[in-house]
Write a protein that binds this ligand. Structure first.
Ligand SMILES: Cc1cc2nc3c(=O)[nH]c(=O)nc-3n(C[C@H](O)[C@H](O)[C@H](O)COP(=O)(O)O)c2cc1C
Length: 192
């Protein structure tokens, strides 16, 4: 990397500089749901990822000042809903857009839940029912480890991603050919 590309290279990297770097990371958009009955909330996240396949477990990083945090701790369960491209409005509601809070965020979409679990979104690419296995509180956030208890799948469709502060669709049919074009030259490059 040339010096011109290094914005800052010491222990004092600013939060803004780090945020700018993270804008380059393409994130799958997921909605975490917490609580039961009328005592529900949830939030849009891009920090969810798989932890292990055996046992099935995942992690998500949750701001401890978010309204979902106390419900997550109280009930010890949460839902993970991997959004499809046509669920951008759900992502916006659960990011708190328009000042929506708690149960208001669930309006306009269909939800189900196992008796012991948090609401799961009907039509999500995948909806995953989790029990909180462990929480590691670090800095402003809690790293939540979820043990997967049930999975609800939808036929593959276009996924919703977030990149450079905007929502993007990744469409299986439209983008697969372009992805193949990208992968062929890079496969050749590895052989040389
Ligand atoms: C695309 C996107 C990704 C987000 N990812 C996270 C995340 O990984 N962790 C987090 O704590 N907040 C994340 N947020 C912010 C929360 O969605 C937002 O703070 C929360 O829903 C609102 O908090 P409230 O429930 O206290 O009103 C993200 C927001 C957006 C729009």
């Amino acid at each position: 990397m040339s010096p011109a590309e290094i914005i800052q290279f010491d222990r004092e990297v600013s939060s803004a500089g780090f945020r700018d770097a993270m804008r380059h990371l393409v994130g799958a958009v997921t909605v975490i749901t917490v609580g039961r009955g009328d005592d529900v909330s949830g939030m849009t996240v891009t920090s969810m990822s798989s932890l292990s396949v055996d046992p099935p477990s995942l992690i998500v990083s949750v701001n401890r000042s978010a309204s979902s945090w106390p419900l997550l701790k109280t009930y010890g369960v949460f839902g993970v809903n991997i959004l499809s491209a046509d669920q951008r409005d759900v992502a916006e509601r659960f990011s708190g857009k328009g000042g929506l809070k708690g149960a208001e965020r669930f309006a306009g979409a269909e939800w189900t839940a196992r008796p012991s679990g948090a609401p799961l979104l009907v039509g999500a690419l995948a909806a995953i029912d989790c029990e909180v296995e462990e929480v590691i509180e670090r800095h402003s956030h809690g790293i939540v480890i979820g043990r997967v208890r049930a999975v609800q799948l939808q036929p593959a469709d276009a996924a919703l991603a977030y990149w450079h502060g905007d929502y993007l669709a990744i469409d299986r049919d439209e983008d697969i050919a372009r992805l193949a074009e990208v992968s062929v030259p890079s496969a050749r490059a590895r052989k040389v």
